[in-house]
Design a protein around this ligand. Sequence first.
Ligand code: 7PJ
Length: 293
Amino acid sequence: MSEQEPQSSLDSLRDLVTRHGTVVMERCTAIMGVLNVTPDSFYDGGRRLEPEKAIADGVEMVAAGADIIDIGGESTRPGAPSVSEEEELGRILPVIRGLRRAIRAPISIDTYKSNVACAALGEGADIVNDISGLRFDPAMAAMIAEEGVPVVLMHMQGTPRTMQVEPRYGDVVREVRDFLASQISHALGKGIEPEKIIIDPGIGFGKTLDHNLSLLRNLPALATLGQPLLVGASRKTFIGKILNLAPDERLEGSLAAAVAAVLAGANMIRAHDVKETRRAVNMADAIRYRVEE
Ligand code: 7PJ
């Protein structure tokens, strides 16, 4: 990118620089592949009890077009049992270690615990994906600033245990936007660089079906915060409610949501089905960004 080019336009966000490569989000949407190594995640739980299987799946996701692999070791579905740091680390560290040797793409770690995130970064992870948006662990922001790595700030109402009991908002779009704005300020205050902050409305985290649809419809209001915008709708419950389908039948609904998100301003899509999402998102990117010479 030339130096004269302004960085402020929403369609020319800065690239995301990580320890293992740069994720380009200027005029193309990045894909974050979901690699859960839990026994109980709602869709892919129990599929990767051996690290070798998880590593092979991560390699396959990169070959299918993932720009980032997001590794999670604790299910955050409503009612899932919490796991100790030791248990979480035992699940993720062998996978991060092996995957780091096998792929060049950046690895993100889906955790809200600073000790887990820090150990993951030590094994070669590159990005911290904090579903609490720096709310749950007071040591998280300073650790991320010290390490100089990018962070995903996600919105969630409440905690995973309580979030779906009775989600309530006056104006969901305004409240999610205000929360993200305030957590961006908090992150900056702790010394995290502005170009390393990604924001995420947290589809399904303390939201009803209508809250999720409102957020997807109003992504432009979140894009105006000026940070790269990540959306994760893949195989979530709201798709099941609309289509009356179980998680393993939600591929088409997930692709539709991904395309809608890209056309409304998302810069990164978090998805379980990388090959299919890459194709759908490439079509959306052409519609969104391609102009005749
Ligand atoms: C999300 C996530 C999401 C970010 C999960 C699932 C539930 N992290 N972790 N955004 N969802 N940043 O995989 O469906 O939407 S766990």
